[in-house]
Design a protein around this ligand. Structure first.
Ligand SMILES: C[S@@+](CC[C@H](N)C(=O)[O-])C[C@H]1O[C@@H](n2cnc3c(N)ncnc32)[C@H](O)[C@@H]1O
Length: 229
């Protein structure tokens, strides 16, 4: 069943915020106000700053004890750096990255050419989190980094993520903590029993900007866990 076939949940904070601006503002936000069309720049600047976060997520995935050939879905993958890092640490997993932006997905696909990854282990696809192209109960682990705050319809996205998870699966959404904190009561009202945690510690010491981000990011970023439906 797709999100559109379900009864609509109560409008969320995000919905209410964007309702006042109309569809164009929602589209602009989902497209990162034009940045989603500049995938090369995104990868070289913000993508570099967020490396400690990607490393932490890859480490969390490696510790999850997923079965060989297990499927990890990265929602809002952008230029697809996180799937490549996960594949380096966990070569037996399959990783799919989806993103609303065609430019980001093209960038992600072209970067696979130089990556040390077995053919077919990583795939990228244009898709909306609110209408995932996956079958029910088909994904072992969903991850997402710094994407939820751009979603036009957060409740629909969370409902879709819960739908595609296998019965013993889990989803970890990493994003800015104040945004995630606002989502918690709304998701629970919609019957999705999410939990919010601070980022796990243990990232090795970094230098320069990455170190700054590492310190600041640790307090700023949280992890929202979404259970299967
Ligand atoms: C700030 S970028 C983060 C990219 C990547 N996860 C990272 O950490 O580098 C946010 C991404 O979310 C994507 N996005 C926004 N709304 C989306 C939606 N409804 N479904 C899927 N992806 C979406 C954008 O196209 C963009 O690539």
């Amino acid at each position: 069943m797709t999100a559109s076939a379900r009864p609509s949940p109560a409008p969320s904070h995000h919905h209410r915020l964007f309702a006042g601006f109309g569809g164009r503002a929602r589209d602009a936000h989902a497209g990162m106000f034009g940045l989603a069309r500049h995938a090369d720049w995104y990868e070289s600047v913000p993508g570099r700053l967020a490396r400690p976060l990607y490393r932490q997520i890859a480490k969390d995935v490696a510790a999850a004890g997923l079965p060989d050939d297990g499927l990890v879905l990265d929602v809002g993958t952008g230029p697809g750096r996180l799937p490549r890092l996960i594949a380096e640490r966990c070569p037996t997993l399959r990783i799919q990255g989806i993103d609303l932006s065609e430019q980001m997905i093209r960038r992600a696909q072209s970067s696979l050419a130089g990556a040390d990854v077995a053919p077919g282990r990583i795939t990228y696809q244009v898709a909306d989190v609110a209408a995932l192209p996956h079958a029910d109960d088909s994904v072992d682990l969903v991850v997402s980094s710094l994407s939820l705050h751009h979603w036009a319809d957060v409740p629909a996205g969370l409902t879709e993520i819960a739908r595609v998870l296998r019965p013993n699966g889990s989803a970890w959404i990493y994003d800015v903590r104040p945004v995630l904190a606002r989502i918690v009561p709304e998701a629970r009202r919609d019957g999705i029993n999410v939990t919010l945690q601070p980022l796990a510690s243990g990232e090795p010491r970094r230098r320069g900007l990455a170190r700054l981000f590492s310190r600041a990011g640790r307090g700023l970023i949280g992890r929202l866990t979404v259970p299967p439906r």
